[in-house]
Design a protein around this ligand. Structure first.
Ligand code: ATP
Ligand code: MG
Length: 191
């Protein structure tokens, strides 16, 4: 997106919409995409399914930033990668529906400590680096369907275990064909 710099009508700067997130491996991606498909096929929910390649868990939503801030975001990530951020497993045990925003999502019963640590370390480091973040409570959820209307939701026979070994900075762009997410950087978690 192009916008005009305040007070400098002649200078155009590019802004990017970015967020930190984790992406599932192929196996978990297939299982999660399969869930959304099953809901539709069983006529339990109608709505727009998240495309398999777009299935993710947001860690911290940064929002619109000047393109020149990308380097600073990557430096924040570089600095925390050696701190307390450890690999963890994320067990998706339940499918739920938020009627308010018509989202069907997969989530967990107990948020893993590794996820809590990663999100809080990242949030603190971004705030310290001058990025202003929304002060919403973190509710980890993997969106499976949008604009969803549901009759009922099944219980999962067994949890889907996502082994989280790295996290990313991702650019989000709106297109006529839905959002397109592009990784801008990735950082490993200590094993
Ligand atoms: P669309 O907006 O087209 O429905 P999207 O919500 O996936 O797609 P973005 O709005 O760019 O795309 O959001 C990227 C990620 O950040 C998504 O996981 C979204 O749920 C999350 N997100 C967006 N806005 C916020 C916010 N204000 N606070 C926390 N997370 C957010
Ligand atoms: Mg959105």
């Amino acid at each position: 997106m192009m916008r005009t710099t305040e007070g400098n009508p002649g200078i155009k700067t590019e802004t990017l919409r970015v967020f930190f997130a984790i992406w599932p491996d192929d196996g978990v991606r297939k299982q999660l995409a399969g869930l959304a498909e099953q809901l539709r096929e069983a006529a339990l929910c109608s709505g727009r399914e998240t495309k398999a390649e777009n299935i993710h868990l947001t860690l911290v939503f940064v929002g619109e930033v000047d393109a020149s801030k990308l380097g600073a975001l990557c430096r924040v990530a570089d600095e925390i990668k050696d701190s307390s951020a450890c690999a963890f497993d994320f067990a998706l045990e339940k499918i739920r529906h938020w009627k308010r925003n018509r989202i069907v999502y997969a989530s967990t019963v107990e948020i893993p400590q590794g996820l809590i640590n990663l999100v809080s370390t990242l949030t603190d480091a971004l705030s310290a680096a001058g990025f202003s973040l929304e002060q919403r409570a973190y509710k980890p959820h993997v969106t499976l369907m949008r604009d969803a209307l549901c009759q009922s939701l099944p219980e999962l026979a067994e949890p889907i275990t996502w082994r989280v070994r790295e996290w990313m900075l991702v650019k989000s762009e709106q297109t006529g064909d839905g959002p397109v997410y592009t990784p801008m950087g990735r950082w490993p978690l200590k094993s």
